[in-house]
Design a protein around this ligand. Structure first.
Ligand code: FAD
Length: 361
């Protein structure tokens, strides 16, 4: 039986694991944490269970056909959102044919992470938890067929010399009983070069302000907490400073399927759109492509390049926003949102091509 080792039990690693185990590979997944669930796992204290909520465009049926499994039980439709752009409020209702969804992440049974874990176990994948692969020497000891899918953690980037940007955050979670407001609320303002957002799914909610490249100021964190409470009546008991991790936007050449003798998947492979940071879709699709790379390198590389075709354009767009902050974001954001009622659904769908993985074969 052919053997493969996958480092990282996140979205891309689990997708690669399911795909290969179903093709009769012997698959071992090595994970640094003591179980599945990503950052929500690190936050758990006693009886409290946290969830993260990712919002992203996804065509669930097409994705199911491509991946060979259905992730819709871990999603909810996202039909509207409220956006505050430099003080002006926009209530955006997505046309029915714009496929935006919310995804539950974490350790609850409804989460995408647990859904994939269940499928991987069912396919016969074996897991080794509590085993971080950290240093160059650790990476050098990995066997021949290895897929690296370590997400936002810094170690692999540093050990392998892959450019990255550090990201800083301030986060809160809580239950959202009786909440009837928009499922997603986004804030763009001068306080962060990125954005701040609140999102909710299945009775739980979370809020995050984050910024790439430089730490958030105290003023920025205070501003976001105040705005959420003042504008939307949303208050959380506890806020944490969060090391969000590193993102694959250190250079215009970040996306890569192969590096040294390794196959890369997910965030580490550059599968995140540089402007809005949609990463769920790219992680899933790239897990499938990483699996293909073991048997057909050329075809995998062809698919990888195609699904990242617009990455560099998006990267330079992001650089422009940084170089001109805050006025660039202000005017681009306002213009885009002011024109929003005139968008036709096909125009939005056209923009989705910037999301890694969207242009899959
Ligand atoms: C706060 C936040 C909000 C986000 N919001 C959205 C959103 O709204 N929409 C969207 O589309 N995307 C969003 N994303 C991005 C999305 O979560 C990621 O793109 C996606 O999870 C990437 O999948 P992955 O497989 O690359 O990594 P992950 O799912 O993060 O999995 C990586 C796994 O590898 C393990 N690991 C890491 N290093 C090692 C090591 N050295 N040794 C062993 N194991 C290791 C980790 O513990 C983890 O289990 C968000 C990300 C964050 C952090």
């Amino acid at each position: 039986m052919k053997k493969v080792t996958i480092v990282g039990a996140g979205l891309s690693g689990l997708t690669a694991a399911i795909t290969l185990a179903r093709q009769d590979w012997e698959v071992e997944v090595i994970e640094r944490r003591d179980g599945i669930g990503g950052p929500a796992r690190d936050m758990e204290t006693g009886e409290k269970t946290y969830v993260m909520v990712d919002g992203t465009p996804m065509e669930l049926e097409k994705l199911r056909d491509y991946l060979g499994f259905d992730i819709s039980p871990a999603t909810r439709p996202m039909n509207r959102s409220t956006i505050y752009c430099f003080g002006k409020r926009y209530d955006v209702v997505f046309p029915r044919n714009v496929p935006a969804v919310l995804v539950e992440r974490g350790m609850r049974k409804d989460s995408l992470d647990m859904l994939l874990y269940g499928l991987a176990k069912e396919a016969g994948v074996s897991f080794t938890f509590n085993t971080p692969i950290k240093t160059r020497a650790d990476f050098d000891q990995l066997p021949e067929n290895t897929i690296l899918a370590t997400g936002l953690f810094r170690d692999a980037y540093e050990a392998l010399g892959i450019p990255f940007v550090q990201t800083y955050g301030h986060i809160a979670f809580g239950t959202m009983e009786n909440y009837g407001g928009p499922p997603v609320i986004i804030y763009m303002d001068r306080y962060t070069q990125d954005y701040a957002f609140f999102s909710t799914i299945n009775g739980m909610g979370g809020a995050l302000i984050f910024q790439r490249g430089k730490p958030l100021t105290r003023e920025a964190k205070k501003w976001f907490r105040f705005r959420l409470a003042h504008d939307e009546g949303i208050e959380f008991l506890e806020w944490f400073d969060l090391n969000v991790g590193v993102l694959p936007m250190g250079s215009s050449k970040n996306p890569r399927l192969f590096h040294d003798r390794f196959i890369l998947a997910g965030t580490l492979a550059g599968m995140q759109d540089p402007v809005l940071l949609f990463g769920v879709h790219g992680a899933l699709v790239s897990g499938k492509i990483a699996a293909l790379a073991l048997t057909d390198r050329e075809e995998a590389l062809k698919q990888f390049k195609r699904m990242n075709a617009l990455w560099r354009l998006s990267y330079y767009n992001r650089r422009f926003i940084e170089a001109t902050h805050p006025w660039g974001l202000h005017y681009m954001g306002r213009l885009g949102l002011d024109l929003q009622p005139y968008y036709d659904w096909w125009l939005l769908r056209y923009a989705f091509a910037f999301i890694p993985g969207w242009l899959r074969v």
